[in-house]
Design a protein around this ligand. Structure first.
Ligand SMILES: [Cu+2]
Length: 167
């Protein structure tokens, strides 16, 4: 198993181990293309808040992501393929020697998902379309961060009474 494969597997195990009940999150409406739902996420050394992150299937969310940690962190949101692509990209971009400049991490066009790389204190916003089906994962693939627990749980849910499209 490659190092990247190991990191992905470890992340999924950490994800699976979080079986304890979390506080119920109340969401009164799903985000739409016209009015995305605004969600703030804080990255810390080495976790995401809120955890779990609750999203509604099919909605558009406008994330505002703040790095409240001392280390750089990345916000990678997407399916397992997205996670694998960024894990590989970040591993390839890691400088071979201390104090050398890292090349930028890039993934193939069409990878999907979303990714923000933020230094300590950095903040950025991004829109994300939550898929209707499938799993979504939230991870930071900077070297060693998954191993330190930087895997957020994402819960996809549906609203009991979907809002009408009128208005
Ligand atoms: Cu990180």
């Amino acid at each position: 198993m490659t190092l990247v494969g190991f990191a992905i597997a470890l992340g999924l195990v950490l994800f699976a181990l979080r079986g304890f009940p979390a506080p119920e999150v109340l969401i009164d409406r799903a985000g739409s293309a016209a009015v995305p739902r605004e969600v703030s996420v804080i990255m810390r050394d080495y976790r995401f808040q809120p955890d779990p992150l609750t999203l509604i299937a099919g909605e558009r969310v406008r994330f505002t992501v703040l790095n409240g940690g001392l280390e750089p962190h990345e916000f990678v949101l997407g399916d397992e393929g997205v996670q694998r692509a960024w894990a590989e990209a970040d591993a390839a971009a890691t400088p071979p020697l201390p104090l050398t400049t890292a090349p930028p991490a890039v993934v193939p066009l069409g990878t999907g998902g979303t990714r923000l790389l933020l230094g300590s204190g950095g903040q950025a916003s991004v829109d994300f379309d939550v898929p209707d089906v499938g799993d979504v994962f939230l991870m930071c693939h900077l070297p060693g961060h998954v191993e330190k627990g930087m895997v957020g749980e994402v819960r996809l849910t549906v609203l009991d009474r979907p809002t009408s499209s009128g208005g």
